[in-house]
Design a protein around this ligand. Structure first.
Ligand code: ZN
Length: 155
């Protein structure tokens, strides 16, 4: 089996049976991101507890790449510290901007390495990044407000 076929299989598996899909409670932040160039949409909720991403739930529609990538992302970030989840976002972003020149780090990115080939197609990169961008947006908002409260900002 060629590596491209294997990657295609991983993407289709996630598309057919999306992990952690559906919108759940509790959550701190809900965001809605769209990728107009392809028509992909995702509504995504993040639940952060004690600095850890305890849940990411979502409802999306669009192409198989956007849907599968969001599914893979939830597998990677749920259960991790927010900072680590944001680092993974950065690593995936770097991979997607590599135009196929970067060897993906399977230890870190797990199933997300399947999207390495997508980085050669600029029109599809936004599809693969949609769920990740939504996660970053929501995670930053979720970790920003409680931290301010904990620091007891005096007025
Ligand atoms: Zn798409």
């Amino acid at each position: 089996m060629k590596v491209e076929d294997l990657y295609q299989e991983i993407i289709l598996d996630h598309y057919r049976a999306k992990h952690h899909s559906g919108l759940r409670d509790p959550y701190e932040v809900e965001v809605h991101h769209v990728n107009p160039s392809c028509g992909d949409e995702v509504t995504l909720r993040v639940h952060v507890d004690g600095g850890t991403v305890t849940d990411v739930s979502y409802e999306g529609q669009g192409c198989s790449i956007s849907q599968a990538s969001t599914s893979v992302m939830t597998d990677l970030v749920i259960g991790r510290p927010v900072a680590d989840g944001l680092e993974l976002h950065q690593e995936f972003l770097t991979l997607m901007q590599s135009k196929g020149a970067l060897e993906p780090d399977e230890e870190r990115l797990e199933d997300a390495i399947a999207f390495a080939g997508v980085s050669k197609f600029p029109a599809r990169v936004k599809c693969a990044l949609l769920g990740w961008s939504a996660f970053k947006d929501a995670a930053l908002q979720a970790s920003a407000s409680p931290a301010d409260n904990q620091q007891g900002v005096s007025r």
